[in-house]
Design a protein around this ligand. Structure first.
Ligand SMILES: [Zn+2]
Length: 309
């Protein structure tokens, strides 16, 4: 009897302890999830038509050599100090010698692979067929004039294509539920913003003593030409850590494993630089829909390869 009583007491104690842990854990998770939703719908839908701006000048001709997305590896780290629409590569200009060396190395690397990259890309024209989630935008495939979409604004003021909003929200919720707090650094960018970034770069180089022509050429190593950045579609996002509880790397790792479940792909994978024409970008995710995302994830192909199959 005494033994039985002891056993009952011991069992009850264990149950109470486990229950307490569970409650603490649940409350904690609840707090965290509540905390992370930077993206409550704060809707202000707009319809966007991609009309190329009159500001486009001949120096941005698509046939010209060398183009990258507007991100460099340094950007993620400096995102908080950059101006709202700054590109990743902006930091290259503003940073110290070490970082400049890094970017020079990048440029050399790009130059070495340039011919192959050009050849690979030159054959890949992807006419837009109305499948908005699979649209290809790069230096050989500018955004079609007639391409239209609506934007939804996130709580942090950034905008995305309304059609991807729910998936994005779901993905961020899932990450947060696992203690990964992500921050959307860049989302939709207007043509004018892309042009402003380009102009800023060109002016920066002119100030350094480059001629206008040289400055324009150099800027194109770092900034996507207006009309050829995926950010102008509202389908691409630069996702980093929140800088408080979650590191950039932790977010990149989580996204690399899970983003496809929500229809997003790592758009510029390592090893596919010659095809995408853009260096590996751990932070740049692109919505393609769940089916394509799953197939791309498991095949290891990049978007261009996937669509060329
Ligand atoms: Zn990006």
């Amino acid at each position: 009897m005494n033994q039985k009583l002891k056993r009952i007491i011991r069992t009850s104690a264990i149950v109470i302890v486990l229950l307490t842990f569970y409650i603490i854990f649940a409350v904690n998770q609840g707090d965290k999830s509540a905390k992370n939703y930077p993206n409550d719908i704060n809707t202000e839908n707009k319809t966007i038509t991609n009309q190329s701006s009159e500001k486009d000048t001949s120096i941005f001709e698509l046939s010209e050599q060398q183009d990258t997305d507007t991100h460099s590896q340094n950007d993620a780290k400096n995102k908080n100090t950059d101006s709202e629409f700054s590109s990743d590569s902006q930091t290259d200009k503003n940073t110290d010698t070490n970082k400049k060396e890094d970017s020079e190395t990048d440029s050399e690397h790009k130059n070495n692979t340039d011919t192959d990259a050009e050849n690979a890309l030159a054959e890949m024209i992807f006419p837009y067929n109305g499948e908005w989630n699979l649209i290809v935008v790069n230096k050989y495939n500018p955004i079609p004039e007639e391409y239209e979409f609506e934007l939804t604004e996130m709580k942090n003021g950034k905008q995305v294509d309304s059609r991807i909003y729910d998936s994005l929200q779901e993905m961020l919720n899932a990450a947060a539920a696992e203690g990964i707090y992500a921050d959307i650094g860049e989302a939709y960018r207007t043509t004018e913003e892309q042009e402003a970034i380009m102009d800023e770069y060109i002016n920066g180089y002119i100030e350094q003593g480059y001629t206008e022509e040289q400055a324009a050429a150099e800027a194109k190593n770092w900034v996507a030409l207006p009309g050829t950045s995926e950010h102008q579609l509202g389908l691409a996002l630069d996702i980093n850590g929140d800088g408080i509880t979650t590191s950039d790397q932790a977010v990149y790792d989580w996204l690399a494993q899970n983003a496809y479940l929500y229809g997003f792909i790592l758009r510029y994978p390592y090893g596919k630089e010659e095809i995408t024409g853009i260096d590996y970008e751990a932070w740049h995710y692109r919505y393609v829909g769940e089916t394509a995302a799953r197939e791309i994830y498991f095949s290891g192909l990049c978007l261009e390869e996937y669509l060329s199959q």
